[in-house]
Design a protein around this ligand. Structure first.
Ligand SMILES: Cc1cc2nc3c(=O)[nH]c(=O)nc-3n(C[C@H](O)[C@H](O)[C@H](O)COP(=O)(O)OP(=O)(O)OC[C@H]3O[C@@H](n4cnc5c(N)ncnc54)[C@H](O)[C@@H]3O)c2cc1C
Ligand SMILES: NC(=O)c1ccc[n+]([C@@H]2O[C@H](COP(=O)([O-])OP(=O)(O)OC[C@H]3O[C@@H](n4cnc5c(N)ncnc54)[C@H](OP(=O)(O)O)[C@@H]3O)[C@@H](O)[C@H]2O)c1
Length: 446
């Protein structure tokens, strides 16, 4: 019997488990599956942890989520085709849910089956090598403090790529009297109430961490971009300046001559694709981009087709793209999809990579990833979902952000699965301090 290892039980690993579960439901004989996750429970980044640094076993904490995080894209864009929000919550819910609500949704469909039995929790994969006929996977049971090795025909790498921070250094950091941290370790914006905060970066973490600090009462928030500013109309108390030059005592000095007193510097400088457990010949080496090279259809490792990577792209599309990838990978593993010869693979990868290299605007990037996801969708029996509506929703969302960065989360969109429209939330995001599932779902309560 074919045996597969899935590394990670976050949204991508769960998509893989679900894809096999659905095939089994249709009466197909599925491979033997072992999924490993170094956390105590599933859900990946969505399984919020207060911990930073290492866990109680000395293993690095993978989690980068923070309290008070709300979805930064409309939930309609990430909806599962086989399990709608309406089905999970029993009613339509607003378009921008907080973390706890999305976590509940992600787990909803998988909890209904028996996939949990396939997951070894608190178990870190430490080494994967290909011996010419199969993979030798070594893993460490953290609770028992034991290591074991098993053999697998396929390995699915689903360990995420927003867990290992990229941490640059700037002159003056060693002598800075305040707090310097990476967004990976950011947990609670309350910590920065009445503080002058400097945020480095110009992508989603910079935008959202800066907004969080402002929302929870920071005295000032100064965002420093390196290449291109985000350029939103920031509210009073927030501003965007050009690139940090150095810190001098508690002063941040920027390359545009701006000087700002700072109590804290938060590095929203992105993450590293990090696979310490893979041998060099199996390791994906890439930055955070929409089409990492050497991956056929964005998932199959070009040099060894029995190695699958899920979710390694920079992400507009998330959960339903992960599903399309997982369903496609499942059908390769089960022999339903044949991989073409190496020159066709090379041609297909080059086509996507060269298209990606020409992208300039957010709208073009949305189009690119929508086309990629649509193509994958046609290759398996993943259920029907309206990707054209998702494309349109993403573009409207981008434009709402440009109109007003403080109010875009109050907008509503239609479901690409059921067509239902997200109701207006009872409290505008800017003043919604209680982000619990209970309060969010209680639509009659103020
Ligand atoms: C701060 C932040 C906010 C985000 N907000 C959103 C959002 O609002 N909406 C959205 O759609 N997406 C959001 N994302 C994107 C996020 O990447 C996806 O939602 C999703 O979590 C990716 O799933 P994944 O399974 O690839 O990775 P992860 O969620 O990172 O899961 C990977 C899993 O692999 C496990 N693992 C890692 N290494 C090993 C190992 N060696 N052995 C065993 N297990 C291992 C980890 O424990 C983890 O459970 C956010 C990302 C970040 C960083
Ligand atoms: N739900 C939410 O609200 C939410 C919140 C946060 C994050 N997220 C998600 O988290 C994921 C990761 O986002 P991310 O913003 O952490 O990573 P990212 O998108 O990879 O962006 C990294 C940023 O770091 C900047 N940078 C890198 N090196 C730098 C340096 N030396 N000095 C200054 N800036 C530097 C880059 O700037 P250059 O462009 O100049 O290279 C870029 O702006 C995304 O999928 C996002 O959607 C979601």
């Amino acid at each position: 019997m074919t045996k597969i290892a899935i590394i990670g039980a976050g949204p991508c690993g769960l998509s893989a488990l679900r894809s096999f579960e659905q095939a089994e439901k249709k009466g197909e004989k599925i491979p033997e599956i072992v999924c490993f996750d170094k956390q105590e429970d599933w859900g990946g980044l969505w399984n919020y942890s207060w911990r930073t640094g290492s866990d109680q076993y000395g293993d690095p904490v993978p989690n980068s989520m923070y309290r008070y995080l709300w979805s930064n894209g409309p939930k309609e864009c990430l909806e599962f085709a086989d399990y709608s929000f309406d089905e999970h919550f029993g009613k339509p819910i607003p378009s921008f849910p907080p973390r706890e609500v999305l976590y509940d949704y992600i787990l909803g469909r998988i909890k209904k089956g028996s996939s949990k039995n396939k997951v070894k929790f608190s178990t870190t994969v430490t080494n994967v090598v290909y011996n010419g006929s199969n993979f030798e996977v070594t893993y460490r049971d953290k609770k028992k403090a034991t290591s074991s090795t098993d053999f697998f025909d396929y390995v699915v790498v689903a360990n995420g790529h927003f867990s290992v921070p990229f941490i640059p250094e700037y002159p003056g950091m060693k002598a800075f009297p305040g707090r310097i941290m990476h967004s990976h370790d950011f947990r609670d914006a309350e910590e920065f109430r009445n503080k002058n905060v400097v945020v480095l970066g110009s992508s989603y973490s910079a935008e959202d961490v800066a907004l969080q600090c402002h929302k929870y009462g920071a005295k000032s928030v100064t965002i420093a971009y390196r290449h291109n500013p985000m350029g939103f109309k920031w509210p009073k108390g927030m501003k965007e300046v050009f690139h940090l030059d150095r810190l001098e005592g508690n002063k941040a000095i920027f390359k545009d001559g701006h000087v700002q007193e700072a109590d804290a510097v938060i590095l929203c400088t992105g993450y590293l694709h990090h696979f310490p457990f893979l041998s060099e010949d199996l390791k994906l080496k890439t930055g955070n981009r929409l089409y990492p090279p050497k991956l056929y259809k964005g998932v199959v490792w070009q040099n060894n087709h029995k190695l699958i990577y899920l979710g390694m792209q920079d992400q507009f599309h998330t959960f339903n793209m992960f599903d399309c990838q997982a369903w496609f990978a499942r059908d390769i593993i089960m022999g339903k999809i044949k991989i073409p010869n190496s020159s066709e693979i090379e041609k297909d990868i080059n086509k996507w990579v060269s298209m990606e290299e020409k992208l300039e605007s957010a709208d073009q990037m949305i189009d690119f990833q929508t086309e990629y996801t649509k193509e994958l969708h046609t290759l398996s029996d993943y259920p029907k979902i309206d990707f054209e509506l998702i494309r349109k929703t993403f573009k409207e969302w981008e434009h709402h952000k440009v109109e007003n960065i403080m109010t875009y989360r109050n907008k509503s969109f239609s479901s690409p699965v059921t067509g239902s429209v997200g109701p207006k939330h009872h409290t505008e995001w800017e003043i919604a301090m209680d982000d619990s599932l209970k309060t969010f779902l209680n639509q009659s309560k103020k």
